[in-house]
Design a protein around this ligand. Sequence first.
Ligand code: AMP
Ligand code: MG
Ligand code: MG
Length: 308
Amino acid sequence: MASGHTVLMRLVASAYSIAQKAGTIVRRVIAEGDLGIVEKTSPTDLQTKADRLAQMSICSSLARKFPKLTIIGEEDLPSEDVDQELIEDGQWEEILRKPCPAQYSAIKEEDLVVWVDPLDGTKEYTEGLLDNVTVLIGIAYEGKAIAGVINQPYYNYQAGPGAALGRTIWGVLGLGAFGFQLKEVPAGKHIITTTRSHSNKLVTDCVTAMNPDDVLRVGGAGNKIIQLIEGKASAYVFASPGCKKWDTCAPEVILHAVGGKLTDVHGNALQYDKEVKHMNSAGVLASLRNHDYYASRVPESVKNALVP
Ligand code: AMP
Ligand code: MG
Ligand code: MG
């Protein structure tokens, strides 16, 4: 270890800077005004120029520094030389000053799998709901999500002049999560956050069964986990296939690092090894506290419809 830092901490420190760079790309594409929208599998499954450029930037920057990593990105892109201007070489020094949890200190580069969602909340991005958007870089070891970075490019964008635009949240299991103030919904209140653009009867049946005091419908898996850790929602309920490993890997780590839990609707942990299927077929159930309560309220009809 020439640098004196572990592979994991060097990777997280680089992923932080790389996610920040991706955030600037996401903002630049809007500012330039040409979103270049492409429909993937349906009218609510979109890709923009920002998704493409951000993924090229993230994956190429990671692969240059860490050539033995397995990197799995959401977008299917032709392999072509990436413009040097998209490459980020920096690393966030504050992360390198933290200790690597002992159980991860001997991890080798080739043992890590990185799940990349270059732009989570694309549908909302195209509709101008900009603070729903996040850039997600999740890191897995032995099938488990262990480290993650979330950049929110438009955090504070409605806060007026003087407010710093954008932020980056990061975390490592056994070390903690940083870049936000942990807050909880008042005890006893059930505020459910769920999809706004990918709903169906199963999703609404499951949300109703939670006996919610309030329901928030917002875009993005990353955004919904931020709502959980900042005390805006108590559970994220998505009883449908559609969400993929790159949507849940980084958010799961941030939530787990502060004592929360993310599972499928059956209460089972998600797997992140490189051979796993990408789709979270049995949905997503996440909460900061009282996971057992939310899992116990999922109707049998919903569980029977969502096979892992
Ligand atoms: P949402 O809560 O609707 O923003 O979804 C969270 C993540 O899962 C986003 O990345 C969505 O693109 C993805 N997702 C959820 N449902 C679907 C679907 N039916 N088709 C494609 N992507 C989906
Ligand atoms: Mg996504
Ligand atoms: Mg995406």
